[in-house]
Ligand binder design. Structure first.
Ligand SMILES: [Zn+2]
Length: 159
């Protein structure tokens, strides 16, 4: 089996994300040894039992095939692909640059403040009137000083 490269990983992440995510899920649930030991056809059958209702047999074979390619990667390489590649998964509720943390609207930048090791971009949200600053630590860090359209801090401070 040919070793998966970062560009193969990205091709899946951009083009066939569901297959890649389900292949990762399959790997995490069963572990490298089980996936490598088990007959691919048996794995497909096991997948069919669990998620088969939503997928064609060919799609399940593809998931198992990608999963087997993932097991061929060393853990540090797989983690590197996940970090540097195009999969770009976020924790639920994770903050995102350019997105209003109050309403999810697109932010408008009104000013930037540079500092030695990064800086802030001052923003307003045209949709809900919220204001705030995005912190940059070379790259996007998190939102600061968010106030909603009524000028109240967001999220509301704990009592
Ligand atoms: Zn907003």
């Amino acid at each position: 089996m040919e070793q998966m490269a970062l560009e193969d990983f990205n091709r899946l992440a951009n083009g066939d994300r569901v297959t890649l995510v389900l292949a990762l899920e399959l790997l995490l649930q069963n572990g490298r040894n089980t996936i490598q030991r088990e007959e691919p056809l048996k794995l497909v059958a096991a997948c069919k039992e669990r998620i088969g209702g939503f997928f064609e047999e060919g799609a399940l074979q593809e998931i198992v095939d990608v999963c087997r390619q993932l097991t061929a990667l060393d853990t540090n390489i797989l983690v590197d692909f996940i970090q540097r590649g195009s999969l770009d998964m976020k924790a639920p509720g994770a903050e995102e640059a350019g997105i209003c943390p109050v309403c999810g609207g697109e932010l408008e930048y009104v000013d930037t403040i540079r500092s030695d090791n990064g800086g802030f971009a001052v923003w307003t949200c045209p949709d809900c009137g919220a204001t705030g600053k995005e912190g940059y630590d070379e790259v996007f860090d998190q939102h600061y000083d968010v106030k909603d359209g009524d000028g109240k801090p967001f999220p509301a401070p704990a009592e």
